[in-house]
Design a protein around this ligand. Sequence first.
Ligand code: SF4
Ligand code: SF4
Length: 370
Amino acid sequence: MPQADLVKEGARQMTICNACRYCEGYCAVFPAMELRRTFGKADLVYLANLCFDCRDCYYACQYAPPHEFAINIPKLMAELRRETYREFTWPGAFAPLFNRNARAVAAITASALALIAVFVLVFTGPAALFATHLGEGAFYRVVPYAAMTVPPLLVSIYGLAVLVAGALRFWRETAGAPGGSVGPAAFLCAARDALGLVYLRGGGAGCNYPGAGFSASRRWLHHLVFYGFLLDFASTSVAAFYDHFLGWQAPYPFWSWPVVLGTAGGVGLMIGTAGLLYLKWKSDPEPSDRPMVDMDVAFLVLLFLTSVTGMALLAFRETPAMGTLLAIHLGAVAGFFLTLPYGKFAHAVYRYAALIRYAAEEREARREAN
Ligand code: SF4
Ligand code: SF4
């Protein structure tokens, strides 16, 4: 739907919800909506990024299709979020990546994998690729140290810059919101809500996911993915510290911090992503936006592949399969980081920014009421 039509439709549905207010206990979207009388693009962008797609409001709504009002808030919010990602990304030439995200992610990851395979075959040679390498520095005998560290660092800095640029644009766009000043308390409050996935509780009984019944499974699986990702990040950071400051090169022993953290994170990611993919597969398509579902699936599949190949590398690192598994794992990791700012991961920054604004608004509303 063109952006102008989407905004018009968003204003129509929100105006009906604002008169009804039945769903005000489900999440932050409805209390934030109630602070407004009209709904322009900035309001809708903000509200959409507060929505966690729990779908409680869809199954509770007496005006959902086939009613002539055709209220479908989760679908509307997903479309608006996708529009946010497209509009605020940088450079604008990459915005279409959000439209056919699954294809883009598959093509970029396959290219990265092919590039790494060619690089290893040309610069290291098949003999080293298929040999058994043991002891410190074994990985670097397949992929040299500089190739394993410099490109990932540059890609990570680029991805971070794109995400920060998007968050700043989002912040400017929603600056007319009725919130008060944004202080440290708003950041802390938003961090508490984000880390606890408070709004995936819906009204308390969980999401209506994958169908009309209440379930906490989506929230717990999301926790596994989120904290699994953080544990893997911690593992990589500790390994980088060992390597750069202590001169201890990978692979590390099974009971070392990088391996313990990485294993716990990898298991969490595998279970979490597989579970969320299952829920996506079973979920009701009516309250969803198809391109957004594709984006979710592409992100989850890539995270799953990254964790599975990482765990396989750990299991077979002392065999002749190590070189091939290392190349495949690096290809998956490269695909993940190259597409990170142009896929589902973007929701983390926009949602956190929206939660900060909500915390400030809520505080201001409470102050005015007292
Ligand atoms: S989603 Fe439906 S039930 Fe909920 S507030 Fe809107 S109109 Fe009312
Ligand atoms: S889908 Fe859930 S989070 Fe989104 S607006 Fe409805 S109740 Fe709120």
